[in-house]
Design a protein around this ligand. Structure first.
Ligand SMILES: Cc1cc2nc3c(=O)[nH]c(=O)nc-3n(C[C@H](O)[C@H](O)[C@H](O)COP(=O)(O)O)c2cc1C
Length: 197
């Protein structure tokens, strides 16, 4: 599948068929994560493939009832838990190298999970990235060591239903020219103009 088409077509999927996700498919998704860029190639990501229904139930219980993907965490054949090892990303010689301290691991795990969601779409699978849950409780359920933190969970399966794209902001609201608040473009998607000097 062409890259830009894959980016445009990918949607968050919260309903799945009963079809299994094979270990071969999962291996392809993990390869996609493996190839993601990371701070000084530190690759701080670690993943847990959860298929056990009892563990999926416990992890879903860390989400508030209002999380629209709570059921998906139970019903998807695979609940992938994306974790990050602390004190790697953003560090140089054991010390934080930037004012962002030990937050870069979130970024690197985010890049890896975006690769996974695009690769899943290219393979005909669906996924959704979940952030609204008690990550500390999820870490306890999974027996994580102290320096490994749960970042997101991703139910993965064969989509039962694909939704429409939720609306996106137009470029004129978030791309600036030279300095903040200097417009780079004006108009909407259909009538986009580059702003002249
Ligand atoms: C960091 C992050 C956390 C998210 N957390 C949740 C969540 O807890 N529950 C949920 O249903 N969707 C969650 N989503 C999915 C977003 O709602 C979704 O990506 C957004 O509405 C855009 O829709 P699309 O992915 O189909 O383009 C999350 C997405 C991201 C990137």
């Amino acid at each position: 599948m062409e890259t830009l088409q894959c980016i445009a077509e990918r949607r968050s999927i919260r309903r799945f068929t009963d079809a299994e996700v094979s270990n071969e498919q999962l291996k392809q998704l993990m390869e996609a994560a493996r190839l993601a860029p990371s701070w000084a190639n530190t690759q701080c990501w670690e993943f847990i493939v959860v298929r056990d229904p009892a563990i999926k139930e416990k992890l879903a219980a860390t989400m508030p009832e209002g999380n629209p993907a709570r059921k998906a965490a139970i019903n998807a054949p695979v609940l992938l838990v994306a974790c990050g090892r602390l004190e790697k990303s953003g560090f140089y010689k054991g010390q934080p190298a930037t004012s962002k301290g030990d937050n870069w691991y979130l970024y690197d795990v985010g890049l890896a999970t975006q690769n996974i969601s695009l690769a899943a779409h290219a393979l005909g699978l669906g996924s959704v990235i979940l952030g609204l849950f008690d990550a500390d409780r999820a870490g306890e359920i999974l027996d994580l060591p102290e320096k490994v933190k749960v970042v997101t969970m991703m139910p993965i399966g064969v989509p039962a239903k694909t939704g429409k794209m939720p609306p996106r902001k137009p470029l004129c609201e978030f791309v600036f020219k030279d300095r903040y608040e200097k417009a780079w473009v004006s108009g909407d998607e259909k009538n986009l103009c580059f702003v002249e000097e």
